[in-house]
Every structure is written in structure tokens, then in C-alpha cells.
Design a protein around this ligand. Structure first.
Ligand SMILES: CC(C)(COP(=O)(O)OP(=O)(O)OC[C@H]1O[C@@H](n2cnc3c(N)ncnc32)[C@H](O)[C@@H]1OP(=O)(O)O)[C@@H](O)C(=O)NCCC(=O)NCCS
Length: 195
């Protein structure tokens, strides 16, 4: 990790972060980057208030065959209150989500990548899982998304399977993390980044 004196937290989006959230998305657009874990914030860039309402709705979804409840967070660096990344945690899974998006979607803003921040993002998300009693998570990524698979592996992910998606015409890798194991095993590495 690059900066040892930095601290991070997951923050539930509120109106207070409106300006910063819009800048976060605009930075991705400027760098022509994909955006993950944002709860589709990029579709609401002109209507942040409706996005907040959407998040309220989504956290209370009753799981069915298609939809699952989920929670979106900003990864915030406490030193300057900057949004560094985002994460979407599916708090329950159905078969469809288990075999596609998995439990967690994440992203780091383009200018802050390759500093170890997504590993902190994932560690904080695993802590949140632990708080909620979620024991196991499933993670998926495109096979060539090395930054994503390495983030998972850094937190103790175990390879599960590879699937070819005929519609996307892409290979996807699936991993599993035992939440209690990972939090215990990587506590010494990541706790220093949390207040
Ligand atoms: C994937 C993503 C979240 C990684 O964020 P990041 O903060 O740059 O990742 P980290 O710095 O924590 O690095 C995690 C690991 O990936 C490696 N890594 C990061 N970027 C890499 C790259 N471009 N090429 C190869 N390895 C890379 C790091 O070296 C680290 O591995 P290590 O533990 O062996 O050192 C970020 O690239 C991103 O937001 N991408 C667009 C959205 C996306 O793809 N989300 C995931 C969808 S499954």
C-alpha cells in the first residue's frame, strides 16, 4: 500500500456527497473507464436525489428469482473526505446473481488506481459482511481483468470455476471467499487503514 497514514471507511451515500459523487463519475467518463460497484450512479448523474431513493428501494428488495437486496457504498479516504471508490454488496443471493455478478461489485476512480485501494475496499466490504452475518461471498470477473482477480486473491479468494458467457462472448472467473477466514487472516495488513 502506498500511503501508510491514510484511513478509509465505507459510507452510505447521502445528499452531502452529491457534488463529489458527480465528479467521481465524470472522472471515469474523462478516462473512458468502465464503472463498477456504483449502483448505476452514472445513469443518475443529473438526478442524484432519485439515485438515493433507488438505493433505499434496493436495500429493501425482497429476494426473488431475478432481484436481490443490495447496498451501495462510497469508499471514502478520511484524510480528505474524497470518494476513492465504490462498492455494491448483494446482501442476499439468488441463483441468477450467484452465477453472474456475484456478491460484490467494486471500482476505484481512475486517478487513484494501482495504489492498493481496492484491496482496502474489499477488506472493508468483508468486514461489512461479517457485521451482517454473511459467511461466504462469491466473486466474479472477466478472465482478463487481472486487477480484479488479484484484488480477490489478495483477500484469500479461492478459484471456483470458469464460465463462457455466450451472449457476452467472454470468459468469466468465479471465486469464493470465506469471510471470517479472510478477515482474520488479513487483519494485520488492513486494520491500520481503518479508524
Ligand atoms: C479493478 C479495480 C477495482 C482495481 O482497483 P485498484 O485500486 O487499482 O487495485 P489495487 O491497487 O488494490 O490492486 C489490486 C491488485 O491488482 C494488481 N493490479 C492493479 N491494477 C493492475 C493492472 N492494471 N494490471 C495488473 N495488475 C494490476 C495490483 O498489483 C494488486 O495485486 P497485488 O496484490 O499482487 O499487488 C480498478 O482497476 C477498477 O475500478 N477497474 C474498473 C472497474 C472494474 O473492472 N471493476 C471490477 C469488475 S469485476
Amino acid at each position: 500500500m502506498k500511503f501508510k497514514n491514510e484511513k478509509f471507511k465505507l459510507v452510505t451515500p447521502t445528499i452531502k456527497y452529491k457534488r463529489k459523487a458527480i465528479k467521481y463519475i465524470k472522472e471515469h467518463n474523462k478516462y473512458n473507464s468502465r464503472i463498477n460497484g456504483s449502483g448505476l450512479l452514472y445513469e443518475y448523474i443529473n438526478d442524484y436525489e432519485s439515485w438515493l431513493k433507488k438505493l433505499d428501494y434496493e436495500r429493501n428488495i425482497v429476494k426473488d428469482n431475478v432481484f436481490v437486496p443490495n447496498e451501495t457504498y462510497f469508499l471514502v479516504r478520511e484524510n480528505d473526505d474524497r470518494i476513492i471508490g465504490m462498492v455494491n454488496l448483494r446482501t442476499e443471493l439468488n441463483e441468477r446473481v450467484k452465477n453472474s455478478y456475484g456478491s460484490i461489485g467494486y471500482g476505484i476512480r481512475p486517478k487513484e488506481r494501482r495504489k492498493g485501494y481496492n484491496k482496502i475496499n474489499l477488506y472493508l466490504t468483508l468486514l461489512e459482511c461479517q457485521r451482517r452475518g454473511i459467511k461466504n461471498v462469491v466473486l466474479s470477473c472477466e478472465k482478463d481483468n487481472i486487477a480484479s482477480s488479484k484484488s480477490m486473491l489478495a483477500l484469500g479468494a479461492v478459484f471456483d470455476k470458469e464460465i463462457f458467457n455466450g451472449i457476452q462472448k467472454k470468459f468469466y472467473e468465479f471465486y469464493r471467499i470465506d469471510v471470517d477466514y479472510a478477515v482474520g487472516a488479513y487483519k494485520d495488513t488492513y486494520e491500520k487503514y481503518i479508524n
